[in-house]
Write a protein that binds this ligand. Structure first.
Ligand SMILES: [Zn+2]
Length: 269
């Protein structure tokens, strides 16, 4: 069965802050309209390696994308590749690393900020390269793509939480308040998405430690949330997927057959 999917990848959002500072997302869980699963990030707990992990199901040490400084197209099959090859429409409002992994590398802001090419894995893209690009504007970019192109798979990738963590640390009021603002933003969009039948996954690549960084093995760096909402998710499933299973689950939701990615039996209905 094929459904539409929105993947919200909140950069740098740790599990503890997701539990404590996201009142709207946790309200959905308390009402049994969503479920929060803890996920342990793969290593290193860095952005580009984990975008690749989440979107292809391949660990960094196997994909070769082991650092943010590895700038090249992915050699793996991503959700974007698999969905586009299955005849589905794909879109992303995301940080420029995503363009460098799947569409255009290296990124040139003048040429690559807006992309529309049915022959690319990401058919419709709106990319940014400033870590303080406001989350509310990023959500508007995503909503433009959704309304204009009606994608089957839409990636939404806000950066302000990670940016706040780098400035003041993963324990700081600045960090938690940025999470609260994003939760409030999601509350403005999620009801319409769910009403319109989208399946929604809200997760993160990694958290941020007290040293204003990430990359290592601390729980603050590795423990991230996975909120799932939509009628394809089995909210009674007690098991949480590995980060490498998110790609396969996305493909299953989209009805992409024969993707060969790891997945978690019983997680979907
Ligand atoms: Zn970061």
């Amino acid at each position: 069965m094929a459904d539409t999917l929105i993947l919200v990848l909140i950069d740098g959002l740790g599990l503890q802050s997701a539990c404590e500072a996201m009142g709207y997302m946790n309200a959905l869980c308390e009402a049994r309209l969503a479920r929060l699963h803890p996920v342990r990030s793969e290593l290193p707990s860095l952005s580009r390696p984990l975008y690749e992990c989440i979107l292809t199901g391949v660990r960094p040490v196997h994909s070769g994308i082991v650092d943010n400084a590895v700038v090249r197209l992915s050699t793996q099959q991503s959700v974007f590749h698999l969905a586009a090859n299955a005849g589905l429409r794909t879109a992303a409002a995301a940080y420029y690393f995503i363009s460098e992994l799947y569409n255009e590398s290296p990124y040139n802001a003048v040429r690559h900020r807006f992309q529309d090419d049915a022959g690319k894995p990401i058919q419709h893209g709106c990319f940014y390269d400033n870590d303080s690009y406001p989350d509310d504007h990023l959500l508007l970019d995503a909503e433009y793509l959704r309304r204009r192109h009606d994608p089957h798979f839409l990636l939404i990738h806000p950066m302000n939480v990670d940016d706040a963590g780098h400035r003041e640390g993963g324990h700081s009021p600045c960090y938690r308040n940025t999470v609260r603002r994003l939760d409030s933003l999601l509350s403005l969009y999620m009801p319409a998405w769910l009403e319109q039948g989208y399946q929604v996954m809200v997760t993160s690549d990694h958290g941020v430690n007290g040293d204003c960084t990430h990359g290592g093995t601390l729980p603050l760096e590795r423990d991230v949330p996975l909120f799932v909402a939509g009628d394809r998710f089995n909210l009674d499933c007690m098991e949480s997927p590995d980060q490498t299973m998110l790609c396969g689950l996305a493909c299953d939701i989209l009805g992409v057959e024969g993707h060969g990615k790891p997945t978690l039996p019983g997680f979907l209905r």
